[in-house]
Design a protein around this ligand. Structure first.
Ligand SMILES: [Zn+2]
Ligand SMILES: [Zn+2]
Length: 378
């Protein structure tokens, strides 16, 4: 009888527990929850299903639901997690880069100015004294053309806005909405954390320009890189013998008791060594960077799109497809579009001479999967 009553009581309690778990959020008072939980926990422990106390599992489930409701997204992947974890680092880098932008621009002006000063005060008089008229004409003409190209393109690259999408609705097609600016983003537009705005056909943020490289100043940036790299190669090659002479003279000075050179001669030697070391270093570093950008321009993609296209290509190839860059017009056409060459004479007037022409298009609308035909006969 006792066992029968106990069995019935246990059955009632179990039914109560089941009813509680069916509608626990509806009506159970807190005074009832505790004994019911204890019974449920003991019952579960006896069955050996789960030894973790119910309240811990409930708290865990609640915390998990809370975190997922705040952060879960079907688009979340390792990149999003990586970006979120390193957000403070990116913010610090952006802040420092923004602050150092002016310092870097001053550094470019001072270093370039020092090379020009050495060229005018030391090298040019030396050339006039020792070279033949033909070599003098070559060095004077080429040197000044290269100097004008460097100064013009650097000035235009730092003062020309790369372009931003309009903040008002204008009917232009867009592919996404910027999460930071809350404005529609046209194709090839990306947000720059340092400039704190969206940039049309963004390539990268350049600290040496203290400006973003985008649709309207990409050509100035690239032409500046080419002019400076070529200028450094020119200085490095033409000044090689002078560097060897100056280096040997300095070595001799250190090895002998009485210096055989005057202060002015030693200053000239040190200036030539400084110029050669600086221009050779920049020629290698900037030359590599310029070649890489030339490859990207040939493919019709920016530095950012190179990563996007690479990722998409891998994804499509895994599915057995063939990926095609939607903005690739073919190698030669990409160069013509990038340089703004619309007729044959433009190769001279717009490429080999300083030119302030705007790039084709407004940076908002782009031809997707264009037909690869020659834009102009060359
Ligand atoms: Zn933005
Ligand atoms: Zn920027």
């Amino acid at each position: 009888m006792f066992f029968q009553t106990g069995f019935l009581a246990t059955g009632v309690v179990k039914r109560l527990v089941c009813a509680y778990f069916r509608c626990r959020m509806r009506w159970c008072s807190s005074s009832m929850l505790h004994p019911l939980r204890c019974v449920r926990v003991r019952s579960c422990a006896r069955r050996g299903k789960n030894t973790v106390p119910l309240w811990i599992r409930e708290v865990w489930a609640y915390m998990r639901l809370l975190v997922q409701s705040l952060y879960f997204s079907s688009l979340t992947d390792s990149d999003v997690v990586f970006d979120s974890v390193f957000e403070p680092v990116f913010w610090t880098v952006d802040y420092v880069t923004r602050w150092f932008g002016t310092v870097f621009v001053c550094l470019v002006v001072i270093l370039t100015g020092s090379i020009l000063a050495i060229a005018y005060l030391i090298l040019l008089p030396m050339i006039f004294r020792t070279y033949t008229p033909l070599w003098i004409a070559w060095h004077v003409c080429y040197g000044h053309w290269n100097m004008v190209m460097i100064i013009f393109h650097y000035y235009k690259a730092i003062t020309t806005s790369p372009g931003s999408p309009p903040t008002e609705k204008n009917g232009s097609p867009f592919v996404a909405v910027c999460k930071k600016c809350i404005i529609p983003k046209p194709a090839r537009t990306h947000h720059c954390g340092i400039c704190n705005r969206c940039i049309l056909k963004m390539d990268h943020h350049c600290p040496w320009l203290n400006n973003c490289v985008g649709h309207f100043n990409h050509r100035y940036f690239f032409s500046f890189c080419v002019a400076l790299a070529v200028g450094c190669v020119y200085c490095s090659i033409s000044g090689r013998n002078l560097f060897i002479e100056a280096y040997n003279a300095i070595e001799t000075t250190y090895q002998t008791a009485a210096p055989p050179h005057t202060f002015k001669e030693k200053l000239i030697h040190k200036s030539i060594i400084y110029m050669w070391v600086l221009t050779s270093t920049v020629a290698v570093a900037l030359g590599s960077l310029t070649l890489w950008h030339a490859v990207l321009i040939s493919r019709g993609e920016t530095s950012i799109e190179r990563h996007i296209n690479s990722k998409e290509r891998n994804r499509v190839v895994k599915r057995g497809g063939v990926y095609r860059n939607p903005f690739n017009h073919g190698r030669l056409n990409n160069w013509k579009i990038f340089l703004g060459v619309e007729k044959t004479s433009h190769w001279l007037t717009r490429v080999l001479l300083p030119s302030g022409h705007a790039p084709p298009g407004d940076g908002l609308k782009w031809d997707v999967f264009p037909v690869k035909k020659d834009l102009i006969p060359v």
